[in-house]
Design a protein around this ligand. Structure first.
Ligand code: COA
Length: 337
């Protein structure tokens, strides 16, 4: 055998051995996947069974008339029943579950549950980054439309991008909620309304009324993108600190440290947010005034006005509720220290 052929045969034998090893590893991997999916089914059905039985048990407990001693034992059981429900919810965060109506419609019945804490954090991190990149693009585009180019086609591109952005957010947020995020329903609803509003702006014909409102709308888009950038730094800061809290053994961060950082960030952000909310109210009122003009023929004026008003009310009251809830928690913490 020539030297050249011997080299080839040697190489091939090495590759063959590695290939055999790869096949074994892949076979083991498939077996483990099978095991995991069986374990997932076991856990899910066991949780469902336990939930059903717990429900029946709490119904029975309510009907019972007991002596003082028995009542104490029962109170203990009741306490445990409550904590058990929370444990089940935590367990379910790491088990595949059926998609809600919206995700089933958009994605079909594909599993969107992320099975580890790291992948949940990574998905949220990527969601925040996606929002930031798109927001910067929107900021630049609205700046160009506002200051340099007054061309309806470019406005249409901006509005189309807004529609796409908000629709994508609704999908990503539904996936986040499936994975245990506590995003309030209003913020998701806010994105549906914003997508609808941008869609209506897209169809508004290029008449006198559109020209009257255009500058104000573009300036508002600019401001909103600016506020969303600030929001990104706040929210990704919260995420980063929460993650380091979860891995606290090697990080110098305490729960109080996190709370005080969050409070400082929030108080910095709030004036900008409230200013944005009142700008939404102002937009709504301006559009209602325009709708009363005799030459106003476009339905878009009234519909956009209504959308701005709903956005104002939802944003303003939800933000107030969030601040109240956070300040209550903060006061309780400082009292208990
Ligand atoms: N959009 C998407 N997700 C949001 C959100 C928003 N506007 N506000 C809060 N969340 C998410 C948080 O990231 C968190 O998610 P997690 O459970 O996965 O960690 C969850 O909802 C709970 O957040 P919460 O603790 O209630 O609030 P926060 O401290 O993260 O943020 C505010 C508080 C007030 C800063 C935030 O709600 C906000 O920016 N609101 C104003 C938005 C607005 O008005 N925009 C228009 C500007 S013109």
């Amino acid at each position: 055998m020539s030297q050249d052929l011997a080299d080839v045969v040697n190489e091939w034998t090495g590759l063959e051995e590695e290939y055999q090893h790869l096949q074994d590893t892949h076979k083991r991997y498939l077996q483990k996947l099978d095991e995991i999916s069986k374990l997932q089914n076991n856990c899910s059905s066991s949780i469902a069974r336990q939930r059903k039985k717990l429900k029946e048990l709490s119904r029975q407990i309510k009907k019972k008339k007991l002596s003082q001693e028995d009542a104490n034992t029962l109170a203990e059981i009741k306490d445990k029943l409550k904590t058990r429900q929370n444990v089940f919810t935590e367990m379910e965060a790491f088990l595949p579950k059926k998609n809600g109506l919206y995700l089933s419609l958009v994605l079909g019945n594909v599993n969107v549950t992320l099975l580890s804490k790291q992948s949940k954090f990574a998905y949220k991190d990527e969601y925040e980054k996606f929002k930031l990149y798109l927001t910067v693009i929107l900021l630049l585009l609205s700046f160009i439309c506002y200051g340099f180019v007054s061309y309806r086609f470019l406005d249409a591109i901006l509005n189309f991008l807004l529609v796409w952005f908000y629709c994508t957010l609704t999908i990503r947020e539904s996936i986040l909620i499936t994975n245990g995020s506590r995003i309030k329903g209003w913020w998701v609803f806010h994105h549906y309304i914003s997508a609808f509003l941008s869609g209506v702006m897209l169809t508004w014909p290029d008449g006198n009324l559109y020209k009257m409102f255009r500058g104000q709308f573009l300036a508002y888009c600019l401001y909103q993108s600016f506020v969303q950038c600030l929001q990104y730094y706040y929210q990704s800061g919260c995420l980063y600190r929460l993650r380091t809290l979860g891995e606290r053994h090697n990080m110098d961060l305490t729960v109080e440290g996190f709370q005080s950082w969050m409070w400082k960030g929030l108080t910095f952000l709030l004036p900008f947010l409230f200013f944005g909310h009142f700008w939404q109210l102002f937009n709504g009122l301006c559009l209602f005034r325009m709708a009363r003009l005799p030459d106003c023929k476009e339905w878009q004026v009234l519909v956009c006005g209504l959308c701005f008003l709903i956005l104002f009310m939802g944003n303003f009251f939800t933000t107030l509720a969030v601040v109240r809830q956070k300040s209550k928690k903060r006061n309780q913490k400082s009292k208990s220290l």
